[in-house]
Ligand binder design. Structure first.
Ligand SMILES: Nc1ncnc2c1ncn2[C@@H]1O[C@H](COP(=O)(O)OP(=O)(O)OP(=O)(O)O)[C@@H](O)[C@H]1O
Length: 928
């Protein structure tokens, strides 16, 4: 949580008073909520004060500070833990905690959707949320392992999926959805990752100032000599065509050598097949160095035999087969296989296509391995998903990749609208407030334009890719024009009017996205959608098991299908949103580039978010909370209100003169339509606080003066009023606390009843304790008359084991009653081992029957100074401490067991801690 300059906690309402300086914490409180300028001004004010987080309702807007802020400490995490969303200032942790709490209390799966352009801070946000859970969730041995694996998987995925770009030195070049799985105690026990659209083109080409994926440089820079020799690699990246296209193999902010050490270690935890994996990485570099020359017929011939030799070894294929595959194309026409030679350009294309395919498949294989290592072994009860995906991309030149990314954002916006409106509507319904239609733009029309069967852009693209004959990017554009020409969100040079036509090239089409227009160039659409890998190359490259090829499908269709699965996953969860903004292109702290930010506000759809959120009411609060804050503004509610909070708020707002159209009273909350109403109330509170402060000071002063000048009677009278007012306040608070307690107890009881047949867990422990208590009280009244009496009351199912334990307890009393000083204290104690606390040790106690056969062994939990006494000398000798080791064995050297004489055909072992029974519910066995 952020604190103000004076260290005071900034809650949503109290921060309102500082709004001139730091703006509003929630954009819904912007008076002029349709003004983009007001929106940006609010962001700027807050950014200047290092307040990088602001809400739009429950959406968090985050501006990358490009500097370390002291708001991510463990202490800060603790402050956000279990605290209501609006009681603390906006933060990632508030979103993380809120989602986690909903997951625990409502047992509903959650997801946090993080979007923004490259360098806006999505990955950092994801990592910080994971850290938050790592620190604040319950821990166990397994959790530690999972945490470890989650942390280990990160450098591996970053090595293979991230690269230096102009905008970000560690840019994720793939979309990522990660499920964190929790057990019934709320501890993270597993994870699962889905990856989207890896930017494979980077493997063979990088723009100036950019690099290939980190792993290549790490391997060359950090790999041991032996390893490099085995892979046939040289240390210098300059030797490899695929690594020098961007002319910046070395970057000052990146330490490839150190990163390699981390990645190498992490890799061996994730997979045993590190050597295979590195062979494939190396083979990509060798492929890049394969060169061709044209023969007399213009057909390509391989000129770099050495590379083929290495490739054959690394990919475990025949060299001659690979060579042939690189310079020939196999086509199946009318059921017949035809092999035709490739020219230079085609061979280079085939080589690059193979390199991209190999790398892409390897990446998927790796994600698969990571998932296996994160699999908890069973289906966990609840999951929390984190989606770290590129936001809208609008460049000078937009191509197939931007088309896919922007389509993805349309889908996410659709989900946002549906779920936000749905949850608004549900809240209105549950509060008994009439629904008011919300004016918003439904972008379904754009999603349909892209994805509709037969008529959508993706279908047309696939059709064009598959049709026989000469299909080109231009024919695809023509087909588009023909099929969707009348769509209001689609435009081309040919379809545009005179004026717009100037801004559109002949090879371009424009989509009017919900966030604004984007013009796409069709050049390369067909190739990229085909992701063409000639059939014979595909066959050749399947040598290593890491390379698996999926069914043939256009890339855009594959993406559409995986998006539709993603939408299903997200739809089944309760979403939270984080929208990340990059403040400048120079990666500098304290620089707020307004033009760049306006662009992002537009393409993140923030104004549209705000409009949807503000469609109804700007502010809503539980009656109790509202009354507690503002009760001093009305004489009838101050200092306490004895009636229902609902009535108190009604009296209060009437006194404040709220107009009918300014608010609505729901079942449990007040809804305020305009921020100005809230601001006026907040300002009145400030004034009231001052006058209250003055009057208190006055009161104290007058009491002091009274002592000297007025009669004692008068000062007693003043004090009496003060006490009375304090007492009323205390009574009121107690009453409210009691009511709250009652509600919580009833809730816990109901929940416990529902979970009564589950193993003990937070949901049912209260209920089970209650049942146990009732059973014991009943037992107390109906105890058997002697040990042979079998008429024990039947325990409830959840306590079936207690019956036996109780029998033992009664038997124990036969032995110890009157013989041990502290017997009376031990009676009400539970029979389970938990009394030992966390200091207990597990000790194997192995029992033998009279003939010396091993009868039963069992783990006992003992405290360090426990004494085990065996009364029966034969059995005493046979107590087996063989498994005890080190320190414990010395401690246990003096331990004893009491093995009592036969009672009811059973023997009992009582473990004593000094003179006290610490457990007696164990080790009974039949004597043969
Ligand atoms: N909360 C933060 N505090 C300090 N620095 C940050 C924060 N968020 C981001 N940064 C800085 O910005 C850089 C880019 O952030 P990050 O890699 O998370 O961006 P991204 O949105 O994931 O980009 P891409 O889409 O390219 O992967 C980080 O390396 C870090 O230096």
């Amino acid at each position: 949580m952020q604190t103000g300059a004076n260290g005071v906690r900034l809650t949503m309402e109290s921060a309102l008073t500082a709004r001139d300086r730091v703006g509003v914490q929630d954009f819904v409180l912007l008076e002029n909520f349709t003004s983009e300028a007001a929106f940006i001004e609010n962001l700027r004010k807050r950014f200047k004060e290092n307040l990088i987080y602001t809400y739009i309702g429950s959406v968090l807007v985050s501006v990358n500070p490009y500097k370390e802020l002291e708001i991510y400490s463990k202490q800060n995490m603790e402050r956000y833990r279990g605290v209501s969303f609006y009681e603390v200032s906006p933060h990632l942790y508030a979103i993380a905690d809120n989602s986690y709490r909903s997951l625990r209390t409502e047992r509903k799966d959650q997801c946090i959707l993080i979007s923004g352009e490259s360098g806006a801070g999505k990955t950092e946000a994801t990592k910080k949320i994971l850290q938050y859970y790592a620190v604040t969730c319950p821990a166990s041995q397994q959790v530690e392992t999972v945490k470890d694996r989650l942390l280990q998987s990160n450098p591996v995925l970053e090595a293979f999926g991230n690269a230096k770009t102009l905008r970000n030195d560690n840019s994720s070049r793939f979309g990522k959805y990660m499920d964190v799985q929790f057990d019934y105690r709320g501890a993270p026990v597993g994870g699962h990752i889905l990856n989207y659209l890896l930017e494979k083109s980077r493997v063979v080409h990088q723009n100036h100032g950019e690099r290939n994926f980190h792993i290549f440089y790490q391997l060359l820079e950090g790999g041991e000599e032996d390893l490099l020799r085995r892979l046939g690699l040289e240390k210098s990246p300059q030797q490899y065509h695929y690594l020098v296209k961007g002319h910046c193999a070395r970057v000052s902010s990146i330490n490839d050598k150190n990163d390699w050490k981390v990645v190498r270690r992490a890799l061996s935890i994730i997979t045993f097949r590190v050597n295979d994996l590195l062979s494939i990485v190396a083979s990509v570099l060798h492929l890049g160095n394969v060169q061709f020359a044209a023969d007399e017929q213009g057909n390509a011939q391989v000129t770099t035999e050495n590379q083929i030799k290495y490739l054959a070894r690394l990919l475990a294929v025949e060299g001659s087969v690979l060579r042939d595959a690189l310079i020939h194309k196999k086509i199946i026409a009318k059921g017949e296989e035809l092999i035709s030679p490739l020219n230079l350009e085609q061979a280079a294309y085939a080589r690059d296509a193979l390199a991209k395919a190999i790398y892409g498949r390897t990446f998927s294989w790796l994600v698969n391995k990571v998932n296996k290592s994160l699999f908890p072994g069973w289906r966990s009860t609840t999951v929390l998903g984190l989606l770290d995906i590129y936001g809208f991309e609008v460049f000078q030149h937009n191509s197939f990749e931007q088309f896919c990314i922007n389509y993805c954002n349309e889908k996410l916006q659709q989900l946002f609208i549906e779920l936000t409106l749905k949850s608004e509507q549900e809240e209105y319904e549950s509060e008994g407030i009439a629904w008011e239609p919300v004016q918003y733009f439904n972008n379904k029309i754009i999603c349909d334009l892209v994805e509709e069967k037969f008529k959508g852009i993706i279908s047309i693209l696939d059709e064009e890719c598959l049709r026989p004959g000469d299909a080109t990017d231009t024919t695809f554009l023509e087909k588009l024009e023909e099929t969707v020409k009348n769509h209001p969100h689609f435009l081309t040079h040919k379809l545009a009017d005179q004026k717009t036509r100037k801004s559109l090239g002949r090879e371009e089409f424009r989509l009017l996205h919900y966030a604004g227009e984007v013009t796409y160039s069709v050049a390369g659409f067909l190739d990229k959608n085909n992701d063409l890998l000639f059939r014979n190359l595909k066959e050749v490259s399947m040598g290593r098991g890491c390379l698996q090829y999926s069914a043939e499908q256009g890339v855009s269709t594959q993406f559409k299908n995986s998006l539709s699965k993603l939408m299903e996953i997200l739809m089944s969860k309760e979403p939270s949103y984080i929208r990340c903004i990059k403040p400048n292109d120079a990666k500098q702290a304290d620089r707020f580039d307004e033009v760049l930010i306006r662009h992002q506000v537009k393409y993140l759809g923030l104004m549209e978010n705000l409009r949807v959120r503000r469609a109804g009411f700007a502010y809503r609060r539980k009656y109790e909370v509202f009354l507690q804050r503002y009760k001093s503004l009305c004489p009838e509610t101050w200092p306490t209100w004895d009636g229902r909070p609902h009535d108190g708020v009604a009296v209060l707002v009437k006194h404040l003169g709220y107009k009918q159209e300014e608010y609505k009273m729901g079942r449990t909350k007040i809804f305020i339509r305009f921020p100005k109403t809230l601001f006026a109330t907040e300002d009145a509170l400030e004034v009231r606080k001052q006058s209250l402060g003055e009057s208190q000071a006055f009161c104290v002063k007058s009491v002091l003066q009274c002592r000297s000048s007025l009669s004692v009677m008068f000062s007693v009278f003043l004090v009496a009023i003060a006490i009375q007012s304090w007492w009323r306040g205390t009574l009121g608070r107690r009453k409210a606390a009691k009511r709250k307690w009652a509600v919580q107890t009833i809730r816990r009881f109901i929940k416990g009843f529902i979970y009564r047949n589950h193993p003990r867990c937070p949901e049912n422990e209260y209920f089970l304790d209650y049942i146990r208590f009732s059973f014991l009280m009943n037992l107390k009244r109906n105890l058997p008359k002697n040990v042979l009496d079998k008429s024990w009351p039947t325990p409830p199912p959840s306590l079936s084991e207690v019956g036996t334990a109780l029998e033992q307890k009664v038997i124990a009393s036969e032995i110890f009653k009157g013989k041990k000083d502290n017997y009376p204290q031990s009676v009400p104690r539970l029979f389970i081992n938990t009394r030992l606390g966390e200091q207990g040790y597990a000790v194997p106690v192995i029992k033998y029957d009279r003939k010396g056969y091993k009868a039963r062994s069992r783990q006992l939990l003992l405290t360090q100074n426990a004494v085990i006494i065996a009364e029966d000398s034969k059995i005493k000798q046979r107590i087996d401490y063989a498994n005890l080791t080190g320190e414990q064995s010395q401690t246990w050297g003096s331990a004893h067991c009491i093995v009592t004489s036969v009672i009811k055909n059973k023997q009992l072992v009582f473990v004593l801690d000094k003179n006290e029974i610490i457990t007696e519910s164990v080790c009974q066995f039949k004597i043969s």
